[in-house]
Design a binder for this molecule. Structure first.
Ligand code: URA
Length: 238
């Protein structure tokens, strides 16, 4: 990679800004000042700027986040706090979330550098199941389970939802409880489906994507790299 591209990738500024730093002799490669922006460098070399080592984000990164309530899946600072705020600084710019969870939804979110993987996780044609645990108020229609299995036509949508598996649970606290497994991800889909069936979602948590359960070691707000086994459970190889 060119030295100016490397520095820019590391977040030291735009291509023009880093070229200026290089010309001024602020950058060293393996201990020697380098004033050539096109010089080829690699990750194994020691590169400094203003005497500080330059850290570059990993080229490939798959990260699991336990998204807490109150965080937006967005890059827009006005919408903060953002899920990116929960990631190490070096990871923030290089990963994108595989789909979105609403600000008021918690649970498992994959963020990755791999656009192909994102596509496989969110493309409804791949039919990858995502499981949502729901706490709701109100009474759902008697035929709610069958209607989800058939597909529901939601307001503002042209097509019915694809078949989804709704399971109703015993009420254990002040909310009614249900689980919904979806293989697509439309805007506010769970909330809109439950509303169409007569309920009002008060709590929403995603605890499984594909064969991968939200890892027990990830407390709300925590993230870490996904293991090869976890990626396989997400269907990465398919
Ligand atoms: N459905 C919703 O309504 N919200 C989410 O965050 C995910 C699915």
């Amino acid at each position: 990679m060119r030295l100016d591209a490397f520095l820019s990738h590391a977040g030291l500024g735009t291509r023009n800004e880093v070229k200026h730093l290089i010309r001024k002799g602020k950058v060293t490669v393996d201990g020697a000042v380098c004033r050539q922006s096109p010089a080829q460098v690699s990750r194994d070399q020691t590169i400094t700027c203003h005497g500080e080592p330059v850290m570059v984000p990993p080229a490939v990164l798959h990260c699991l986040l336990h998204k807490p309530l109150g965080y937006a899946c967005s890059r827009s600072a006005e919408e903060g706090p953002l899920v990116f705020d929960l990631l190490p600084e070096l990871w923030r710019r290089v990963v994108d979330p595989a789909g979105r969870l609403d600000r008021a939804t918690s649970g498992l979110l994959l963020l990755t550098t791999d656009g192909g993987l994102i596509h496989r996780l969110i493309n409804p044609k791949k039919k990858l199941p995502k499981r949502y645990r729901i706490g709701y108020r109100g009474m759902l229609a008697d035929n709610a389970v069958a209607r989800c299995a058939e597909g529901l036509l939601l307001d503002d949508d042209e097509r019915p939802t694809v078949p989804a598996e709704l399971t109703l649970h015993e009420r254990a606290d002040d909310l009614n409880r249900a689980t919904l497994v979806l293989t697509e991800g439309r805007y506010h889909q769970v909330r809109r489906m439950i509303a169409a069936l007569g309920g009002d979602v008060m709590e929403l948590h995603r605890d499984r994507i594909g064969q991968l359960d939200l890892p027990a070691d990830l407390a709300p707000g925590e993230c870490r790299e996904a293991s090869p086994e976890e990626l396989a459970a997400l269907g990465k190889a398919e």
